[in-house]
Design a protein around this ligand. Structure first.
Ligand code: ZN
Length: 598
């Protein structure tokens, strides 16, 4: 109530300024309509006043993914004060609008792609009992006026309710303080099931969109588990950074996407009926982004834009520490995780780190910069910013604990990052380095030089011994659940923006790399069969067994390159961590505290 009044005042003030100084702030009101008589598309009306007669509108490109939502716009038209206006498309996501009378009403429809059985939870959909709308997939904005607040009026089918991180003024009216907020917080609408809990008076809403044939699962337990994770996060940071929070759970979808006051999560009822481990792991990760990534934000991520967003060098921290804390918060809350103990978890991460050799050869800064781009940025290697970052965080935690006699840990760095960089200023890797140095009163610059700016493989034993631990790597034939060796299929196919199907090589030492293939080779034939889709490629390759011969022809600027590959087995790393019998008393204390997750 207090908040709604404040918003009213903001509107009155803006209206006042607008009258005095022409064009300083256009006023924007959106209407979003879903008609249940036609569920192929939904409609947006963008009412703009106090605007020059020529201006531009655009659609935001999301920082982390580019679904090119402008593909889904239909029936775009402009109405000026004195009749129809004009719109001229200047780029894929950019339009010039010519209107009259310093106002315009833009009308357009969004026709989201027909939902597949299992789709990305962040993707827009429209169904008979619900929809995910709003966000970057729905709202155009006026270029140059990204600080403009706006109001959204909803016309929805009868019986539908709304769950969103936007400020809810009433059942049909939402408010966004800027274009960033407007396009950051999607609107889940439909015949939703909702639950709520509060932490220190802060309301948390859980809204579930069920498919018509949803399986039964224990919703009381799920709500309680989500609350436990939120309580652990609050305990870590000391407070909650939002006024209210919404968990948007979507049946029939996978993955998740973080927002400032909400999170969109795949919540497949059939999977939830089997257990919560997968869901909780994803949920804890995306929820932790509410702090780390959304508020503690890489310096390169500025205001919204319709153009390319610059790659970030800090994603190893934003993604890796979020992986680290998703695991740790679940352990602290006593909830299920994939590996029973922290040592087993570390063994698992390190095994993947060594097996996918790109992790050991390419600097986390570079891997960060490639994380949200198309495949192929890391040449003939694969590497994960999530994995590198989580392992770096684990080693830094040991360094801090050792340097401070267990009085401090990476928890203190997280709080310090929130304090210094959590208000939207943006952080760099140098900032992280400084926050750690202040926390440990030690010097982690050499660590950063070697393992973050540089491309040295992490010397794990140097840091594990601080906890009286030691690791060993054993190389074995990669094998399946039946213990039989697996064929080396470390090759994939991907479609470039230009529509070319090209190869992706995961390791130059793979059978495919050794056969002279490189990431980015245009695929012509596999076993003399022309291949033009990812599906064709995988269906031909999937059947390959050890000893089989596969011939591939690829097109390069220099001409056609043909090669024949004999599919072999391949080695994978298995890491074992052991307790050192020579551990000192201090190292044993550190180990005990670290294992307990304190
Ligand atoms: Zn993430």
């Amino acid at each position: 109530m207090k908040y709604a009044l404040l918003l009213l005042l903001v509107f009155i003030t803006i209206a006042g300024i607008a009258q005095q100084e022409h064009y300083e702030h256009p006023l924007v009101m959106y209407t979003l309509t879903i008609n249940d008589s036609d569920l192929t598309s939904y409609h947006i009306e963008m009412q703009i006043t106090n605007v020059p007669d020529t201006f531009r509108v655009a659609m935001v490109k999301h920082f982390e993914y580019d679904d090119r939502f402008w593909h889904f716009i239909k029936n775009f038209r402009v109405q000026g004060k004195n009749g129809n206006g004009q719109m001229i498309r200047e780029d894929s996501a950019l339009w010039k609008i010519i209107t009259t009378g310093n106002e315009a009403v833009l009308h357009y429809s969004i026709q989201p792609p027909v939902t597949q059985a299992m789709h990305g939870s962040w993707r827009p959909f429209l169904a008979s009992n619900g929809a995910l709308v709003g966000g970057p997939q729905s709202f155009m904005y006026i270029v140059g006026y990204t600080k403009t607040p706006s109001q959204v009026t909803l016309h929805l089918p009868a019986g539908w309710t709304v769950a969103t991180g936007l400020t809810v003024k009433d059942a049909h009216t939402l408010y966004a303080s800027s274009v960033y907020t407007l396009t950051d917080e999607p609107i889940l609408a439909g015949k939703l099931k909702t639950w709520a809990f509060t932490i220190n008076g802060v309301q948390h809403t859980i809204a579930y969109y069920p498919l018509p044939n949803a399986k039964f699962f224990d919703t009381t337990a799920l709500v309680s588990d989500i609350q436990k994770v939120a309580e652990e996060a609050k305990h870590l940071f000391g407070s909650l950074p939002y006024k209210d929070y919404t968990f948007q759970l979507i049946d029939g979808s996978y993955g998740g996407l973080e927002h400032k006051n909400s999170v969109t999560l795949g919540a497949n009822s059939a999977e939830l009926a089997e257990g919560f481990t997968d869901f909780l792991s994803e949920m804890a990760h995306e929820y932790f982004h509410t702090w780390n990534l959304v508020r503690i934000r890489p310096a390169e991520y500025g205001d919204v834009t319709y153009t390319e967003t610059p790659p970030s060098k800090e994603l190893w921290w934003s993604e890796g520490m979020t992986m680290f804390y998703a695991d740790l918060l679940l352990r602290r809350a006593g909830l299920p995780v994939f590996e029973p103990g922290r040592i087993q978890h570390l063994e698992q991460l390190m095994s993947t780190y060594f097996s996918e050799t790109g992790n050991t050869k390419i600097s986390p800064e570079k891997v960060s910069m490639a994380a949200n781009s198309d495949p192929g940025m890391l040449g003939d290697y694969n590497a994960s910013t999530h994995l590198q970052g989580e392992l770096l965080g684990a080693m830094l935690d040991l360094i801090i604990r050792d340097a401070t006699g267990n009085k401090r840990s990476v928890d203190d760095v997280m709080r310090s990052m929130m304090q210094h960089s959590g208000q939207g200023k943006g952080f760099t890797n140098k900032d992280v380095e400084q926050r750690i140095n202040e926390t440990c009163r030690c010097n982690v610059h050499p660590f950063f030089q070697q393992y973050i700016y540089g491309s040295n493989a992490i010397d794990f034993n140097k840091y594990l011994q601080l906890a009286g631990l030691h690791s060993a790597v054993i190389w074995k034939d990669a094998s399946g659940d039946d213990s039989r060796p697996l064929p080396d299929l470390r090759i994939y196919a991907w479609l470039t923006r230009q529509g070319k199907l090209v190869t992706g090589i995961e390791d130059p030492e793979s059978t495919w790399g050794k056969a002279g293939l490189h990431t980015g080779d245009e695929i012509v034939t596999v076993n003399n069969t022309p291949v033009s889709t990812q599906r064709d490629f995988f269906s031909l390759l999937r059947k390959a067994k050890i000893g089989d011969t596969v011939s591939i022809a690829v097109k390069r600027p220099a001409g056609i390159y043909k090669t024949t590959v004999i599919v072999s087995a391949y080695k994978t790393a298995i890491v074992k961590i052991e307790e050192l019998s020579t551990a000192t008393k201090e190292q044993l204390v550190l180990r005990k505290q670290w294992l307990a997750g304190n």
